[in-house]
Design a protein around this ligand. Sequence first.
Ligand code: SF4
Length: 617
Amino acid sequence: MRSARQDLAIMAETVLEFKNLTLGFKVGSQIIPVLNSLTFDVRAGEVLGIVGESGSGKSTALFAAVNYLSENARISQGEILLHGQNTLALSRTELDKVRGRRIAMVFQDPTSALNPSMSVGAQIAEGVAHHTGLSGDALHELALDWLQRVHLDGGEATFAKFPHELSGGQRQRVMIALAMAMDPDVLLMDEPTTALDVMVQARILELVKELSRSANIAVILVTHDLAAAAVAADRILVLYAGEIMEIGRSEAVIQHPTNPYTMGLIAALPQLKIRANPRAIPGSISRSPDRFSACVFAERCEDVQDICKTTRPALIGTEGASLSRCHFTDHKSLTVQSEKSAEKVVLSSLSTEAPPILECKDLNVVYKRPFSLSAMFSRQERKGFHAVHDMSFDLYSGQTLAIVGESGSGKTTIAHTALGLIQPASGQFRFNGKDLASLSAAELRAYRQQVQIVFQHPASSLNPRKTILDLVSRPLRLAGMEIDAAHKTASNMLNEVGLDASYHTRFPSELSGGEMQRVAIARAFVTKPKVLILDEPTTSLDVSVQASVLQLLARLQSERNCAFLLISHDLSVVRQLADDIIVMRNGKICESGPIDQIYNAPQHSYTRDLLSAAPSI
Ligand code: SF4
């Protein structure tokens, strides 16, 4: 049933309208098509979520709205109407008046969008003054008011703060205040919560909904996270390879998807409430210049028929009340992908009779404060920052232990201490019963072969100048293996993660994000480690790629009986991989235990808050 809010949105006036927008990028003498006949609108007081994998064209569509495209962009047809005025036909001067003032934008990374040498209040005031000419007390009051409206309390004290004095979530609130203070007609948001913790993300999504309603502005929220779109958006548009595949009310698209691509995206999402195997969509997004003459999803669709390969389907109404681009309306055959997602993950065979492979005993980690002259002259005691308090846990072969919590909870500090990169103030890590602090230099090198790590951002963890084969061979070479033997072992490992010999001579920049993470996993597993530390291993990946990486990790663990220490803020990912969980806050354990027990009956209020803030569908 439609809510009153959705009825209101549907009746509200159209603010921004894309009409048949077809766009490509000129590369050499060729035009590479990106968007095909894109037609949709967004209305006052409404949040429209645009979802899709990387390469679907969602950010390009967003930037096209303010004609903020690279030099080689070519628009072959269509228009983008802001209250009936085509923004694509505006002169440079007219565009400058539209950007920021009538169409405001919020980007993924607030840190790089804010000026580090100016207070946040002054930045809001400067933006408003530039676009409206407002000055003096009225300008100051307006900036203060917007800080308050995005729930940044503290008045003048907050106004005077610099970006580095605020958390990531607070900086994103400043960006929203900065955009909203211009009183825009449209707010464009490009992955605004991707870099944020689960609780901060929930608050920002709630704020977006609240502001669209109270300020009656049209919001377009671009995200690769279908669950986040489901929380914040009134309607969802599913984009694939430059085509709209499905568009409709959020509940209709999420609860009764009618397009196989939407079904595939939902089946790939890890679930918060049950441990089910998220299922990757096979293959990768089509980039063929001829793809729009047929169904763009045909190469990956499990229900593909002959007609799909020769004829472009129209976007038509469905029983579920959304519009879907598919030749078939008998959707029984198309539910296969969702149903298959109920397969159980292969659980590691846990044996707690064996001694733990890694023990953390009464660990305390304290970071020293940097030297400061003022502290020296005031003779204050230079106290350190106590990042981890009295942490103890055991990790067994074949077990996945997850440590969850917000930024600053101490979870990454524990991972780095386990690797021997940080010296604890007290307490110890023991590997195979031996205290890390007692290891000789040679023993420490051997330990680092046995305990490997996979980082969040594969692009920055792989040397861009080395080929894939060299990258995966390197840990073996460091352990003294001959080059031919190292290459052979690395080649076998790459095969195991699904990368054949054609990848050997490529460089990281030639790989997709998912392929790079597979290389990082191959590099970590090539030394046959006993323990693998996974530091937010899927955070930067698309939902379908994430599903394939989770499957790969589960398979490798079950084959090799390796112990995983999983550091994550994504509670749905944790649910799929972990056997046990530790919930941390401010360096201390709030709660720990078997995953089902903690998720089904959390005892600590902070765990309950974390679970209720996690977006899920
Ligand atoms: S038109 Fe064919 S290939 Fe395209 S989504 Fe429908 S069934 Fe799949």
